[in-house]
Design a binder for this molecule. Structure first.
Ligand SMILES: *[C@@H]1O[C@H](CO)[C@@H](O)[C@H](O)[C@H]1NC(C)=O
Ligand SMILES: *[C@@H]1O[C@H](CO)[C@@H](O)[C@H](O)[C@H]1NC(C)=O
Ligand SMILES: *[C@@H]1O[C@H](CO)[C@@H](O)[C@H](O)[C@H]1NC(C)=O
Length: 279
């Protein structure tokens, strides 16, 4: 009964919070594994760019280090790394002057010859995901692994996972016999939202007042069997000779009302139920 109201509040709250825009970090080239020496461009994007955003990182050497402070070339919310090193591997995100942060990207820089190209951002349940195993120059036949276990060999170097589910989440890597192994990359799979709020679908209209009313009415309806049960119990206990069983009505209403008719009692209960739901 109360749960359905809470559920509606949750739905409304999540719809409202879906309207606030979050900054996002864009990386070019669009992958999280990079070869030593590559030029990398990072950019913070926000619809409402009134607040200054800075690309910030955690690496094994530094924590919460902003672009320009010993690494990268900063220009507003742009940040370029002209020659990337394995020591630049780490977590990168956008941070506003207010301290708010965007979702983060894991960047791994390898001194090896092979990289795994995997989605930079978490993937949605049900999506198809293609992993590519490549050297700087070409795609060759590659072996793919998840959490250390061999999955399969792909002659083209591309492996597609159809309709990913939460169980596909894990640490992936690949191996090209002639060139070596890639570093591992973590793939995050997020639950598909209950409401159709994916960017391809038009955003749902705000929940109208009538559906809130409907939710409250339906939760009232779910009380009907309970009300009938209470009435039946009271009817039966009123019939019984007074003795070991205290009449239920004695505990719920003053004794003067104990003898009132069924109709009155029904009204009382309905009144109680109604006030209970004026949140
Ligand atoms: C960066 O490092 C700090 C300190 O260890 C930690 O509190 C913070 O959560 C890290 N940020 C990310 C995005 O991993
Ligand atoms: C970063 O690189 C891009 C693309 O080459 C360029 O347009 C931009 O001006 C550069 N920004 C900085 C801060 O160097
Ligand atoms: C980054 O990597 C760590 C460890 O591999 C993982 O737990 C985390 O979820 C990753 N974060 C993202 C944004 O992929």
């Amino acid at each position: 009964m109360e749960e359905s109201c809470l559920l509606w509040l949750l739905v409304v709250t999540s719809l409202l919070s879906g309207c606030t825009h979050q900054a996002s970090l864009k990386i070019s080239p669009h992958r999280s594994q990079l070869f030593v020496g590559e030029f990398v461009s990072l950019r913070c994007e926000e619809d409402d760019s009134s607040d200054g955003l800075t690309v910030t990182r955690n690496t094994s050497k530094d924590t919460r280090s902003p672009c320009g402070a010993g690494w990268g070339t900063k220009d507003g919310s742009d940040c370029n790394i002209s020659f990337i090193f394995p020591s630049d591997s780490g977590v990168y995100w956008c941070e506003s002057t207010g301290g708010a942060a965007s979702s983060s990207i894991n960047i791994t820089v390898t001194g090896g010859a092979v990289i795994l190209q995997s989605p930079v951002l978490p993937v949605m349940e049900g999506d198809d995901v293609t992993l590519t195993c490549t050297t700087e120059t070409s795609n060759l036949s590659a072996d793919f692994y998840k959490d250390g276990s061999f999955i399969r060999t792909e002659p083209t170097g591309h492996m597609t996972i159809h309709h990913v589910s939460r169980s596909d989440e894990g640490l992936y890597k690949c191996n090209i016999i002639s060139d070596g192994e890639s570093p591992p990359s973590w793939i995050t799979v997020t639950e598909k939202p209950a409401s159709p709020s994916s960017p391809s679908a038009p955003s749902p209209p705000p929940v109208p007042v009538w559906s809130m009313v409907l939710a409250i009415l339906s939760s009232l309806f779910s009380l009907v069997p309970l009300v009938l049960l209470v009435l039946e119990v009271r009817r039966l206990t009123n019939r019984k000779p007074k003795g070991i069983y205290l009449p239920v009505s004695m505990e719920m209403a003053p004794p003067t009302q104990a003898e009132q008719g069924l109709a009155d009692e029904y009204d009382d209960v309905m009144a109680a139920v109604t006030t209970e739901h004026h949140l």
